[in-house]
Design a protein around this ligand. Sequence first.
Ligand code: TYD
Ligand code: MG
Length: 454
Amino acid sequence: MARPASFSCTACGAQHAKWSGRCDACGEWNSIVQDAGLAPGPAGRSLGARRGHAIALSDLDSDERPPPRTASGMEEFDRVLGGGLVRSSAILVGGDPGIGKSTLLLQAAARFAHAGLKTLYVSGEEASAQIRMRARRLGLADAPVKLASATDLRDILTTLEAERPDLVVIDSIQTMWADNVDSAPGSVSQVRAGAHELTALAKRSGLSVVLVGHVTKEGQIAGPRVVEHMVDTVLYFEGERGHQFRILRSVKNRFGPADEIGVFEMTGAGLAEVPNPSALFLGERTQPSPGSVVFAGIEGTRPLLVELQALVAPSPHSQPRRSVVGWDGGRLAMILAVLEARCAIPFAGLDVYLNVAGGLKIGEPAADLAVAAALLSAREDVALPAETVIFGEISLSGALRPAPQTENRLKEARKLGFTAAIAPAGGKAVAGGGLKLMQLADLTGFVGEIFGAG
Ligand code: TYD
Ligand code: MG
């Protein structure tokens, strides 16, 4: 019997019975493609025909020890993993082409190999000679990593079963090809089949698998999204072209906290760890100037000070511009509305630009007050007090809500030589250590304190 055609979304992997212009699972446009017939395996038979075995059940409570971990010694990488590489785990590292995934993973592979793991690096994108050249450039030529240039999944699985390594890096999952799946490498079915085989091998053999996945907005290539639910850990490697900073961010981790970040700098000799990112992100700051504010943020478990810059100028357009880099545009609109409604400070007829320095992306609501401060400072053309950090969430009523980990933020500010902090009232904050703390209950109070009557 011919199987009915099936379609899947290249953005989220949802399956559909028929083609449509928009995926109703994730809302993406033009992302639905026809699956080229998956070879009907034994799974194609009806389940009703044969009875299965009863599954052994166990208790929730057991004295099993946590899974063993191996640290690479690259602290920024280990922390994002939750303290090192877990045996038998599957990890996806996604990112834009050219952002530095291969470089990062070759460096990490070398570290893990030195730490005693039998490590294999399989590239479907580059010849072994090319990888060796890169290794030499990175000063890793003596690392006991085994290389292979291959794309045939069957060959790779056979090799892994024979070699029994502790860690394998597959660069990239989009170049891998399974001969039982009748579609081109990079298609949804191929990516899904490859990731499934490799993660299944990891679970049954104690091998840890790192899959590299390119994120592409358009085109036939399946995004790493289809793999996300199959793996234990999803890391994204991000950065702006033209900035040397790279951020490794965990968005899912079965073995550690999500939202943890590791900061790296791309140099001529590969990726260098940045143990004190605040100093780096504030490095370009000069004298206090209107529109510039230092936000005391938290990324994962770590405090991070960053500079926010705003520019407010009369608009020549009938629709004034609202432009944001590194923060959420909707959230900016909300702050502007609260300033207008609660503090009677209008931004109508004014263009507003907001930028997070250094190419960092901030998602924390605690940046609200720092954004409001930058906007007001730019609008009034008044620089904020020097050496001051600001943080706090703003509610629609204009009230300031305490931010989590207040003490951590203040500690980081103190460490970097800041002498004052402005924060919401009510947070568990202790001043001292040369840091003057001003706690405010609402936005109106803030405007009054910092900009006079407002
Ligand atoms: P790569 O790791 O190949 O990116 P990806 O695997 O994510 O596609 O890195 C590509 C870029 O990194 C390339 O443009 C050159 C730059 N680079 C350096 O700046 N320094 C280095 O030491 C290396 C190896 C690469
Ligand atoms: Mg690469």
